[in-house]
Design a binder for this molecule. Structure first.
Ligand SMILES: CC(C)(COP(=O)(O)OP(=O)(O)OC[C@H]1O[C@@H](n2cnc3c(N)ncnc32)[C@H](O)[C@@H]1OP(=O)(O)O)[C@@H](O)C(=O)NCCC(=O)NCCS
Length: 376
């Protein structure tokens, strides 16, 4: 008897050694290390090494991995020309999906799927997408792109290329922590999409392109932008309660709350909340943080019994706003980080591939008559 699970809830469709989630207890570990430890103590570069190699690097290995990543910060010149021709009105997630796909055309061997080649492709995509997002944002502001700086970390270099000036160490560190927190999360929809695509032995670019397309949906990574729109719609801290209650009465979902897997506090939100509070205070955005707090309080009163808590997107909205990012760059930030996780999963899939091919239950008619067109 075939098993039916709409939305594949509760179905184990792959094995991974990357992240472990206990949704009931609110636990997330990367290769066994609690996410909170990584957010506070690791770097995005080190975390990516961990996810791709299933162990922490020694100092010399981390230095070599970091140098390799930095050497690939600049996208191919032809890709930047293509980017310059895109409409500045395009949404950044559509731009990013297009550009990840385009990178395949500047790779002389785009279809190589042996694991060493796939790792190099993944490193190229991970390293060069920040320059693409930053250049696109500058382009639409009428500014020339800023060349990457190989003496800066992944996080600091992105903010440098975006703003044309080096971020403060606090901002760079905050952004780095966000990158760590978003890097991997089990077999979420976009990661599953990447694994489904690579399971046909297609190519790394196609897999990551599909994942970007999946991530932009408002039920997935797109939620962080919706959170910010909601915060902008609420005029004052005092108005938060009425606004949320009104939405709940209309049975609207509140962006940044609830999760398919977590029925407890999302462990990524715990650290982000601390970070958001600190950054808000540092940047004169305390009222924004207080609005978030007020929303959380109402939601905890109303919905905690149903297992609905803030998820990763809720406090990342305030954090990204305080870092100075445009609203429509929030989801691309999620993507830049998750390329690390998607790539790790693509590598895992290639290491033990089995084509994904579930069944659909046919619920239509049988032996139906073919009516000639003139008689319909
Ligand atoms: C993430 C999400 C899609 C998970 O949904 P799911 O596992 O399919 O759960 P459901 O949508 O079936 O919700 C279960 C119940 O909780 C309620 N619920 C879930 N998320 C809610 C939210 N954000 N606000 C209010 N109620 C919510 C549903 O209305 C439903 O209630 P009911 O049983 O009375 O009908 C959902 O929580 C959501 O849409 N959240 C907002 C978008 C978001 O933040 N996404 C980012 C996730 S990281």
């Amino acid at each position: 008897m075939p098993l039916t699970a709409k939305g594949l809830e509760g179905i184990v469709a792959a094995e991974t050694r990357m992240s472990f989630i206990d949704g009931e207890k609110g636990v997330l570990e990367y290769v066994g290390i609690p996410i909170d430890d990584l957010a506070r103590r690791s770097t995005f570069e080190e975390t990516t090494f961990l996810l791709w190699n299933k162990r922490l690097p020694r100092a010399d290995e981390l230095a070599a991995f970091t140098a390799d990543l930095r050497a690939r910060y600049a996208p191919p010149g032809a890709a930047m020309k293509l980017l310059a021709g895109l409409p500045t009105s395009a949404q950044p997630m559509h731009m990013l999906r297009t550009m990840v796909s385009a990178l395949a055309m500047f790779d002389p061997e785009p279809n190589r799927n042996d694991v060493p080649a796939a790792r190099v492709k993944a490193l190229n995509i991970l390293a060069s997408t920040p320059a693409i997002v930053a250049a696109f944002d500058r382009q639409r502001r009428g500014l020339a792109p800023v060349a990457p700086r190989a003496d800066l970390s992944f996080a600091a270099n992105f903010l440098y290329m975006l703003n044309g000036k080096e971020p403060t160490p606090t901002m760079a560190r905050a952004f780095d922590a966000c990158m760590i927190l978003h890097a991997d999360h089990g077999l979420n929809n976009s990661t599953f999409s990447a694994r489904v695509v690579i399971s046909t032995m297609s190519d790394v670019y196609s897999a990551i392109t599909a994942a970007v397309g999946s991530l932009r949906g408002p039920l997935h990574g797109g939620a962080n932008e919706d959170v910010m729109k909601m915060l902008n719609e609420i005029p004052t801290v005092a108005a938060a309660e009425g606004y949320i209650r009104g939405k709940l009465e209309r049975k609207d979902k509140i962006a940044g709350f609830g999760h398919r897997v977590y029925k407890a506090y999302d462990p990524r939100a715990t650290y982000l909340k601390t970070l958001a509070k600190q950054l808000a205070a540092d940047t004169g955005n305390t009222p924004l943080y207080e609005k978030s707090q007020a929303i959380e309080q109402v939601m905890l009163r109303e919905k905690a019994a149903k297992g609905i808590y803030p998820n990763v997107d809720f406090y990342s909205a305030t954090t990204y706003h305080c870092i100075g990012l445009q609203l429509d760059l929030f989801t691309p930030m999620f993507a830049l980080s998750r390329i690390s996780g998607w790539s790790g999963h693509v590598i895992e899939q290639l290491e033990g591939n089995r084509l994904f091919r579930p069944d659909a239950e046919y619920i239509g008619p049988h032996a139906a008559p073919y009516t000639p067109i003139e008689q319909r």
